[in-house]
Design a protein around this ligand. Structure first.
Ligand code: AMP
Length: 184
């Protein structure tokens, strides 16, 4: 399976975030999955990519031709796909991936995972989407999504498609046993 991981281009202020990135990276390699990610060598992005490679797994980096991002690209990755823009990169990652995980991160991570949540809602995608909830990082987002259901801007059915968890066994089980298929 190709697993897209969205995560911070910074490492955050708690070692727990890097540990979570390592946990995901080890699981991807152990299961024989392929990491699809943003191609950077910075922050949690670098941690997850390096962990997959150190454990013998495959990595695909999808990286836009934007100076700031190019400067931070991971030169150790053999399989790099260059894109013209951030939006082309996002589309490419979605096309390649069979499941999506957001680790803690900043606005870029929020933007990327929000698109997946939206695409599940409009049924353009039907595949596992995990918010990896280290240090309860994503609780405010979960609360906001619950508010959307309460205020009838969204539905419980849409909420039920998402897993918020920091338990790797539960995450693996959710991804492995997800009933849907990628393109709805
Ligand atoms: P942020 O969460 O704001 O740090 O942004 C991280 C997300 O945005 C990643 O999942 C990447 O897809 C993208 N991104 C941001 N900065 C970079 C970078 N320097 N190199 C590659 N991708 C990046």
């Amino acid at each position: 399976m190709n697993i897209a991981v969205y995560c911070g281009s910074a490492a955050g202020n708690d070692i727990a975030y890097s540990k979570a990135a390592e946990l995901i990276g080890k699981w991807i390699a152990k299961e024989g999955h392929t990491l699809v990610y943003g191609g950077g060598n910075v922050g949690l992005m670098g941690v997850v990519a390096n962990t997959v490679m150190e454990n013998g797994g495959d990595v695909i980096g999808v990286i836009p031709n934007i100076l700031f991002i190019r400067e931070q690209r991971h030169n150790g990755i053999k399989n790099i796909i260059d894109t013209k823009s951030m939006s082309e990169r996002r589309d490419k990652m979605i096309e390649l991936a069979d499941a999506f995980i957001a680790l803690p991160g900043g606005p870029g991570t929020l933007d990327e995972i929000s698109e997946i949540i939206m695409m599940l809602r409009i049924r353009e995608l039907d595949c596992p989407c995990v918010l990896f909830n280290t240090n309860d990082f994503y609780n405010p987002l979960r609360e906001l999504l619950h508010n959307m259901v309460s205020a009838e801007f969204s539905s419980q059915e849409d909420m039920d498609k998402l897993l918020f968890s920091d338990d790797m066994a539960k995450v693996a089980d959710f991804i492995n046993h997800y009933p849907g298929k990628k393109n709805a």
